[in-house]
Design a protein around this ligand. Sequence first.
Ligand SMILES: [Zn+2]
Ligand SMILES: [Zn+2]
Ligand SMILES: [Zn+2]
Length: 284
Amino acid sequence: ADTTLYAKWVEHRHTFKDEWSSNDTSHWHAATCEHTTEKKDEAAHVYGTAGAERYTCSVCKYVSETRKREAEAADKKNTESKPVKVKRTEANDAALNSKFNVKAGKTVKVTWGKVKDADGYDVYMAYCGKDKEKVVKSVKAADSLSVEISKLKKKGINQKENIKCHVLAYKMVDGKKVTVAKSITIHAAGKKNKSVTDAKSIKLKKTSYVLAKGKKAVVKASIVKKNKKRPIINHISEFRYATSDSKVAVVSKNGKITAKGKGSCSIYVYATNGCAQKIKVVVK
Ligand SMILES: [Zn+2]
Ligand SMILES: [Zn+2]
Ligand SMILES: [Zn+2]
């Protein structure tokens, strides 16, 4: 007799792992049934644009060693080519102050020391008293280190008035001025002011100190006046102090030096009119 064979339909659904499988280019869910070549959700890895996302797939977390090496090389190159951070430093301040001088007469002559990498200087000035110092000259040249001011408050210089003045050195970064040094504020006697005088020089009892870390010493300074019969301008401290490197030694506003760490640095002593002396400090 004829025989008819019927195929029996057996439904089979592949089953897959929850975890991702991956190779260097793509990820997928592998089959757990006997059809081991079946893959579900197969797709290329997905990478981002920053940090570890550049080499880690955001879907399966696969890390591409090739992409990782490339990313790290790019980061390194970036760091090396970046310009050094532009900022104000103690060494820059010291350089600016090193030749900072204000000579008040019919005109006011201001000179200052060159600051490495500065693109220009802003000179601030006012008569002593309550007036705020304003920019009287903006010097847009790295090598121009003096100006002569003939007017203040839109008039000729009043020679009976004392002058206060400070200078900022700046560097242009992305079109903006970034201060890289700030001078002390000099207070200079007006040429026709008969009640006060300026310092001619500073005398130091000791010009160098060798200190153990943590030890202190006090600067002993005295003023030689230009006119012995008149007092020095006294509305600010007689002396101001600064260090060239506070990692080595710091100095208080009263001239007390504290040794901080091994090395050597300079402590500067400034008179009211910018007249200066330098002390060498070695910390052992
Ligand atoms: Zn299957
Ligand atoms: Zn992936
Ligand atoms: Zn003053």
